[in-house]
Design a protein around this ligand. Structure first.
Ligand code: SF4
Length: 144
């Protein structure tokens, strides 16, 4: 299982938002600090804003900040928002899979169970759990 860069960047933005508190984080600043594309990061931020996880702040010192308290953002929900309908294999992605084994294959139910367990673990953790008392992360992320 592998999360897309879009999701990975989204989680980074959310962690930065949680460490920054009410101060907006600047996308160009974060893009250069994380060494990722500014355009890509902006698209991710807009996706998170549409989903109600970030809000945009206008003005010369504007940017994005969390739209909810970090303890109200479960990591599993953030990933579902960034990567809706994660489907691990072809037969889970398509209603007419091309795989010839589909009739007798027992893998899909096992993979669905594994995916449920994956999200159960992620849902047991929220953004606050990732940043609270994490001075190393704060040091790496807050200085702009
Ligand atoms: S039917 Fe089985 S082998 Fe075919 S794509 Fe699905 S999981 Fe894979």
């Amino acid at each position: 299982m592998r999360l897309t860069n879009h999701t990975d960047y989204g989680l980074r933005l959310l962690m930065l938002g949680a460490t920054a508190g009410p101060s907006p984080i600047s996308i160009p600043g974060v893009a250069s600090r994380l060494n990722v594309s500014r355009n890509h990061l902006m698209k991710v931020a807009q996706c998170l804003a549409r989903a109600g996880l970030l809000e945009s702040v206008r003005g010369p010192l504007g940017g994005f900040r969390l739209a909810k308290q970090p303890q109200d953002i479960r990591i599993g929900d953030a990933i579902r928002t960034l990567e809706p309908g994660i489907a691990l294999v072809e037969c889970m992605r398509s209603s007419e899979p091309g795989c010839p084994l589909v009739q007798g294959c027992r893998l899909p139910s096992l993979l669905r169970e594994a995916s449920r367990a994956f999200f159960e673990t992620l849902d047991s953790c929220n953004l606050q759990d990732l940043v609270a008392g994490n001075s190393q992360l704060v040091r790496l992320t807050v200085a702009e």
